[in-house]
Design a protein around this ligand. Structure first.
Ligand SMILES: O=P(O)(O)OC[C@H]1O[C@H](OP(=O)(O)OP(=O)(O)O)[C@H](O)[C@@H]1O
Ligand SMILES: NC(=O)CC[C@H](N)C(=O)O
Ligand SMILES: [Mg+2]
Length: 502
């Protein structure tokens, strides 16, 4: 999952883009980048690392201009090399830069097409570079010196015809404006907002509404699936639906784990959705074990806190913060490589023994994916003296790869793949394991906006909303992106790119 942001303002945007990326850091910890436009000149800084490590004062002063876009990356294609940090840039036509959240499912075919038909060179294995070049090629077709909003919208329509998969995008056309668009399924989130600037309106497009809140922008609404929102450099706003067929089906995992609870996605409060997940899970526990002997409910910080609290309330059982999280360690699930993820869980979480000693504890997490967190946490609860360790997951078992921008490519890495719930319980070492039912999860989220017809739930049920995923695709994905394959590729990667401020 990546975070993207774009701002067109009356004032310099460097500091605000930096702040926006900091607020979106939970969506990507691997690399960060900002490109700004000062009249006809672009300024770029991107590098591997967290936002606070990538941008130093010397970079910030160079990032001049009143419009720009930014990106925080969590790789789901290609490798972790700095060469694949975003925004990407092509000089022709017009000088276009682009930041992408999601994952194209037909990137390999498009890459061949771009080379053979469009005579374009793609220098990395990133699907986002492919996406930029498709967009650029369609803009090339305009064949005019000056771009108009119609031209940009036509190019976005062509992107929708050629690209498959998930893409929430901000792109900047040098000297012209910033455009945000979302794939026709609206798999990844994208919102826009406005604010009264010094000489007129300022606009911002971002992955999550929390970035608008923090920067003082008023949320206007979500960018609709297939829609494009274009802000010209003078602040003129244009909006157009650019897709022919739209089936809104956002990724449900955003609500389970990725998004911040204080964000509103597709008119659904992530916080409230998580509270409802807690309610539903409590109801299931009461159904399955009306005579349960749980003494205390303990969340696994951070993400499960919201649903765990509600679950405890509903059960009428004490809630306790028995694990303390080191605030300087990031999210472990989106770290690259299993060795680092494993080590980081222990560095990140520590138990307060007295909350466990002699008690039957119910540990609650939002999800169990590889089982890295839950296996260690259960052991820590036992080491802290718990009598019984029960485990509840606010989402169903993750059994299938995600192909839309979450890096879970290889089924053999998923602890629930090929295992019954009982076998997972055994593998985790828990005394009891309860998973949320998929129908309950969907209901928890959908209740916030019943007009959304469906959600992408593919990692739970193998039903891929774009309809273009078969077993051969999943096999190729697993071969290319398993932890093992990635480690090999990352070691070999080199950086060749546009001049990068150092
Ligand atoms: O089964 P796993 O492969 O371990 O993945 C699932 C865990 O990873 C995530 O936590 P993470 O530490 O990434 O972030 P958080 O602090 O937001 O909970 C998620 O909240 C689960 O705790
Ligand atoms: N998580 C994402 O959205 C990743 C975007 C893009 N596929 C990349 O790997 O850089
Ligand atoms: Mg967690």
């Amino acid at each position: 999952m990546c975070g993207i942001a774009g701002i067109v303002s009356n004032d310099e945007v460097n500091q605000e883009l930096y702040e926006a990326l900091t607020v979106l850091q939970h969506r990507g910890q691997d690399a960060a980048g900002i490109v700004t436009c000062e009249r006809e000149r672009l300024h770029l800084r991107k590098e591997s690392g967290l936002v606070r490590d990538v941008f130093h004062t010397r970079h910030m002063v160079e990032l001049k201009g009143t419009m720009g876009i930014g990106h925080v990356r969590y790789p789901t294609a290609g490798c972790s090399s700095t060469a694949e940090a975003q925004p990407f840039y092509v000089n022709s036509p017009y000088g276009i830069s682009l930041a992408h959240n999601g994952n194209l499912t037909n990137a390999a075919r498009l890459k061949r097409e771009l080379f053979r038909q469009d005579q374009r060179h793609i220098n990395t294995d990133s699907d986002s570079e492919v996406l930029l070049n498709v967009f650029a090629h369609e803009m090339q077709g305009i064949g005019k010196l000056r771009v108009s909003p119609d031209d940009v919208f036509r190019a976005v329509s062509a992107v929708h015809r050629r690209c498959r998969g998930a893409y929430a995008v901000v792109a900047m056309v040098t000297g012209f404006g910033v455009v945000g668009f979302r794939d026709p399924h609206g798999i990844r989130p994208l919102v826009f907002g406005e604010r009264e600037g010094r000489f007129g309106k300022d606009y911002m497009i971002a992955s999550e509404s929390v970035a608008l809140d923090v920067l003082g922008f008023e949320l206007v609404r979500d960018v609709a699936p297939g829609e494009a929102v274009l802000i010209e450099k003078d602040g003129t706003l244009h909006i157009r639906q650019c897709a022919e067929h739209v089936v809104h089906s956002p990724c449900i995992f955003e609500f389970v784990y990725f998004a911040r609870p204080d964000s509103i996605i597709d008119d659904i409060s992530v916080y409230k959705a998580r509270l409802r997940m807690g309610d539903k899970l409590a109801d299931k526990i009461l159904r399955e074990r009306p005579e349960h002997d749980i003494d205390v409910v303990i969340p696994i910080p951070d993400t499960s806190r919201t649903s765990a609290l509600q679950l405890a309330n509903r059960l009428g059982v004490k809630y306790s913060e028995g694990f303390i999280k080191n605030r300087y360690i990031g999210r472990t699930f989106i770290m690259p490589g299993q060795t680092l993820r494993k080590k980081s869980v222990r560095q990140k979480l520590n138990a307060i023994d007295l909350e466990f000693k002699g008690k039957n504890v119910l540990l609650v997490d939002d999800s169990i994916v590889r089982g890295t967190t839950s296996t260690q946490i259960i052991q820590m609860a036992r080491d802290a003296g718990a009598r019984k360790v029960y485990f509840a997951s606010a989402s169903p078992p993750v059994r299938y790869p995600n192909v839309y921008g979450i890096d879970m490519p290889a089924v053999e890495e998923l602890i629930a793949h090929g295992r019954t719930d009982e076998q997972v319980r055994e593998a985790l070492g828990a005394d009891w394991l309860v998973y949320q039912d998929l129908a309950d999860l969907v209901e928890s989220v959908q209740k916030g906006n019943p007009s959304i017809p469906r959600f992408d739930t593919s990692c739970f049920d193998k039903d891929y909303v774009t309809g273009d995923i078969d077993q051969a695709y999943l096999d190729r994905l697993s071969e290319h992106r398993s932890d093992h394959a990635k480690a090999k590729r990352d070691a070999a990667a080199t950086a060749i790119d546009l001049y990068n401020t150092v």
